[in-house]
Design a protein around this ligand. Structure first.
Ligand SMILES: [Zn+2]
Length: 244
């Protein structure tokens, strides 16, 4: 493998500082996910541009032997400062963790990039960032091809299930379920969100009191299908759900 330099533009979805003062970042770009290291970055000029959720243009150098590309330059192209607000940060963080878990390095996905950057923009400016995060989480799952089954009971296969599946985050029929059925709005959301347009879902928000059950279902589904996502613990609705 030869050494090469490449220019890429993407959003920082993960950022970690090593004890040596290097910054290891993961960017989601229209050409896929890119992981790179800014050596000595914490003390250098790159530190402020390589922040979480920043849209940056980077020049990376891939050496002939080392696996991890090095960031040589990073120029800030865009930032969404309101994402730092307490009511928005946890949702943005959850989306970033999702994107990191769902999409592989080098996997080409312009759609994933567009959907993810749209989610961050929505969370940064919409009056109801929780709703944006719920809708976009399911849309990202749909794009990755990991979709909860809603047409049949996850346990016995009976058509038109309407009850929560507390273990798998899918849907159960009346015979298999221990919990009462979802209210109409929540059930309609679960059945339709993946194929509906984002615009259509944004126009018909599920009432806030029905959302803790939807977060619980999403958390179970993602944990079973993909693995643990740490950001759940930061989400206020999850804490409310756990205590209520
Ligand atoms: Zn059943």
């Amino acid at each position: 493998m030869r050494a090469r330099t490449a220019n890429r533009s993407g959003i920082v979805i993960r950022r970690r500082v090593t004890p040596a003062g290097d910054i290891i970042v993961t960017l989601l770009t229209p050409q896929g996910k890119l992981k790179a290291v800014a050596r000595g970055g914490v003390k250098g000029p790159l530190t402020s541009s390589l922040n979480l959720f920043h849209h940056v243009a980077v020049q990376v150098y891939q050496g002939p032997h080392n696996d991890l590309a090095s960031v040589k330059q990073a120029v800030l192209e865009g930032a969404l400062p309101t994402l730092a607000e307490p009511g928005r940060y946890a949702y943005a963080h959850l989306m970033a963790e999702f994107a990191d878990a769902l999409f592989q390095e080098g996997e080409f996905s312009e759609q994933a990039f567009d959907l993810f950057s749209g989610a961050l923009r929505g969370i940064s400016r919409q009056p109801d960032p929780e709703w944006v995060a719920l809708v976009m989480s399911y849309k990202l799952l749909g794009l990755a091809g990991i979709v909860p089954q809603t047409a049949r009971c996850a346990r016995c296969g009976t058509p038109d299930p309407a009850h929560p599946d507390p273990l798998g985050g899918q849907l159960l029929c009346g015979n298999c379920a221990a919990l009462p059925p979802y209210p109409d709005a929540a059930l309609d959301f679960l059945q339709g969100v993946v194929r509906r347009t984002v615009r259509a879902s944004m126009d018909t928000p599920v009432p806030p009191e029905q959302r803790p059950a939807l977060w619980r279902a999403l958390e179970r589904f993602v944990t079973v299908q993909i693995g643990g996502v740490h950001s759940w613990t930061q989400l206020v609705p999850m804490q409310a759900a756990a205590s209520g």
